[in-house]
Design a protein around this ligand. Structure first.
Ligand code: FE2
Length: 62
């Protein structure tokens, strides 16, 4: 796999991670149960970390 293909793959990963974070953001605003809300917030924060990782990976191959 060449660098250009790797860069493309990492950009796709970034897009997936951003969609996941947006998904959790959307439901965090709607869920009323506090325990479920906390769980969604934790997962959303993990997705935010995945976004940072994906951006770093893109940087490495740019
Ligand atoms: Fe993720």
């Amino acid at each position: 796999m060449n660098i250009e293909m790797l860069r493309k793959e990492f950009k796709e990963i970034l897009a997936h991670e951003e969609r996941a974070k947006n998904f959790y953001d959307h439901y965090i605003d709607q869920v009323e149960d506090e325990e479920i809300r906390k769980q969604l917030i934790d997962i959303r924060d993990e997705e935010a970390m995945h976004i940072r990782i994906a951006k770093k990976l893109i940087e490495y191959v740019s």
